[in-house]
Design a protein around this ligand. Sequence first.
Ligand SMILES: C[S@@+](CC[C@H](N)C(=O)[O-])C[C@H]1O[C@@H](n2cnc3c(N)ncnc32)[C@H](O)[C@@H]1O
Length: 292
Amino acid sequence: MSSRPELQAPPEIFYNESEARKYTSSSRIVEIQAKLSERAVELLALPDDGVPRLLLDIGCGSGLSGETLSEYGHQWIGLDISQSMLDVALEREVEGDLLLSDMGQGLALRTGVIDGAISISAVQWLCNADKSCHNPRLRLKAFFGSLYRSLARGAKAVFQMYPESLAQRELILGFAMRAGFAGGVVVDYPHSSKSRKEYLVLTCGPPSVSTAIPSAKGEDGESCSDDDDDSSGDEEHTVSISDRHRPRKKLKVSKKGKDRKWLLKKKDQQRKKGNIVPPDTRYTGRKRKARF
Ligand SMILES: C[S@@+](CC[C@H](N)C(=O)[O-])C[C@H]1O[C@@H](n2cnc3c(N)ncnc32)[C@H](O)[C@@H]1O
C-alpha cells in the first residue's frame, strides 16, 4: 500500500483517534513539523515590529504548526477537518481558536480580517476526490477564493505541501493564481531527496515588488544540517520557482472624444427626442478607476 496518507483514506478517517495520538506523540514528527512551520513563518515575512498578527493555520491538526505561531507571539485560528486531531489540540491546550472545518468547502470568515496564513502538510489533500460529490477543481476554487477574500490586501499565505506529481503542483498553483493571488513555489534543498521541501508562497493582490518570491534554501548545493543523503540519484536538479499571476482582462480603452462633453451632448439630444435620460450629475462621464 502507498505510504501517502492521502491515498489511504479521507483525512477525517485517516486521522482518527489513534492516528491523531500517534502523530502527535512522535518526537520525529513534532520536530519536522516545527521546522516546516518556522520556515513558513519566515516566508510569511511579517513586519518585525513586535505587533501580534491574526493568522490562520489551515489544516492545523493537533496544533503542532500553530504552536510555532504562538511562539512568535501571534494569535491564530486553526481549522481542520479531523475532529480527533482537534481533540488532541484541545487536550494540549494550544493557544489558537479551533474550528472544525473542511477547507474544500471554503472558509467562512469575514472579508479582509486575516493578516496571514500558514498551512503545513495539508493542502495536497484537496487534490483527492474522497466522496462521489467531491470535485477537486471545485474544492480548490472554493478554498483559494475564500482564502483570498478573508485576507487583508498584501497579506501572505504560505503552504508547505507534498504534491504527488508535477501535475498536482500545477493544479494547486493554478487555482491559487486564478483566485487572484500572486506568487509561486519555493523549493528548499532541491538537490536532496530527503530535505527537499516545497512552499507555495502567495500574496493577496496583484504582483508587485513586494510580491516577489523569496529565494530558496540550498539552491547552490548548500546542504541541510540534518541532510546526510547523497543526491546523486535525484531526478530533479532545478529549483522550481514560478511567478505567475491571474491573466487580467484587457482594459477597455475609451474611444477618443467620448468624454464628459460628448456624453452631455448625447444626453441632450436624447432629451430633445423625448427620451427619458438620467439627470446630469458630477459623476456623469467621469472616468472610473481601471480596477475598483
Ligand atoms: C499532516 S497533518 C498536519 C497537521 C499540522 N499542520 C501539523 O503541522 O502538524 C495534515 C492535516 O490536514 C488536515 N486536512 C486534510 N484535509 C483537510 C481539509 N479538507 N480541510 C481541513 N483540514 C484538512 C488533516 O485532517 C490533518 O490534520
